[in-house]
Write a protein that binds this ligand. Structure first.
Ligand code: EAX
Length: 326
């Protein structure tokens, strides 16, 4: 009499185990980024996450952490390197501290426009650097995009480089940017992104610089009066995966992940385009005074002498090779 129920339990347990086996192991990957779910990073990350879920029949899926929920970009890259976070969709701002080869892309006025920048990132030069991430315990899946960066501040309109002189501006933790911005007369103050809104609000810094999609989604219009479309530097972004996850993927799954990241890049760049096209009107509506016809030559002239330093650091030939991409 006592045997029968025990058998039933055993049969039930075996049945459950079978069911679980049929469904397969399910892995939920944590992906973090700085801005909102609706922003360019959210759009790209959602395309990536949907594609890996579809391509692996839900064996892999994501939990998204927008709005700096997992920390600043440097912290997130570190966590991905350690394997305590699976994925990050991040600007290259702090990436040079891990992969020095990526710093060349941070030179001000290196790229002429979006077409040029995307061609370089997707071409042999960009892809070589993407592969270099592997040597630092990071798997670069694809270059996504943050966008060309523009200056905002609370003090005065910036039309020419001389207007920038003396303004205290928050920069990313990026030595190339800081060196470049000093030539404009700015006083660069490096700071992780999660602290920027408060620093602007409290006047710890006068301004900051970021692409339109970031200025929009982070509501900087609430704390900044002036926007100048300086486009002084291109800000690439990248989806990075932890090697812990990568090393467990089959070749077929690896292809699903890289294809998903490529699709994410297309969607994220399209969102950057859309924000560049529509966001400026929105920012004006929110009260910002926008200089759309900045004296770009004054900035290019100011930074020109720093190119000698950049050439020493990165090689004049490497810089020229990027400039030569048509
Ligand atoms: O990647 O730190 C920055 O200003 C970045 O542009 C922002 O985190 C989005």
């Amino acid at each position: 009499m006592t045997v029968r129920p025990a058998l039933t339990h055993a049969a039930l347990a075996a049945g459950l185990a079978l069911l679980a086996g049929a469904a397969g192991a399910q892995t939920v990957l944590k992906i973090g980024y700085s801005t909102t779910k609706e922003s360019h990073y959210g759009v790209g990350s959602t395309v990536f996450c949907d594609a890996i879920a579809k391509g692996t029949a839900n064996r892999y899926s994501c939990q998204q952490f927008p709005n700096n929920a997992l920390g600043g970009e440097r912290e997130m890259i570190e966590a991905v390197q350690l394997g305590t976070q699976d994925l990050v969709n991040t600007s290259t701002g702090p990436l040079g501290n891990f992969v020095p080869e990526s710093k060349i892309f941070d030179i001000p006025f290196l790229f002429r426009n979006y077409d040029h920048a995307r061609k370089v990132m997707d071409g042999p030069i960009g892809q070589d650097v993407l592969k270099k991430l592997q040597t630092k315990g990071l798997i670069g899946l694809a270059w996504t995009e943050n966008g060309f960066r523009h200056m905002t501040n609370s003090k005065r309109p910036i039309h020419a480089a001389s207007d920038a002189s003396g303004l205290k501006i928050r920069t990313m933790e990026n030595k190339v940017h800081m060196a470049g911005y000093k030539t404009f007369g700015l006083l660069p103050t490096p700071m992780p992104f999660p602290e920027v809104f408060t620093a602007l609000q409290q006047g710890t810094v006068d301004g900051q610089e970021n692409p339109i999609p970031v200025i929009l989604s982070s509501k900087f219009s609430q704390v900044q009066k002036h926007l100048s479309l300086t486009g002084h530097v291109y800000s690439p972004a990248v989806i990075i995966l932890s090697p812990n996850v990568w090393s467990k993927l089959s070749d077929a799954d690896k292809k699903v992940f890289t294809d998903a990241a490529a699709a994410a890049a297309v969607a994220q760049r399209k969102k950057v385009n859309d924000d560049e096209a529509n966001g400026i009107a929105q920012l004006k509506k929110e009260g910002m005074l926008v200089d759309e016809k900045v004296d770009g030559d004054s900035f290019r002239k100011a930074v020109a002498p720093a190119y000698a330093e950049f050439a020493k650091e990165f090689g004049a030939d490497k810089i020229a090779a990027i400039q030569a991409v048509k």
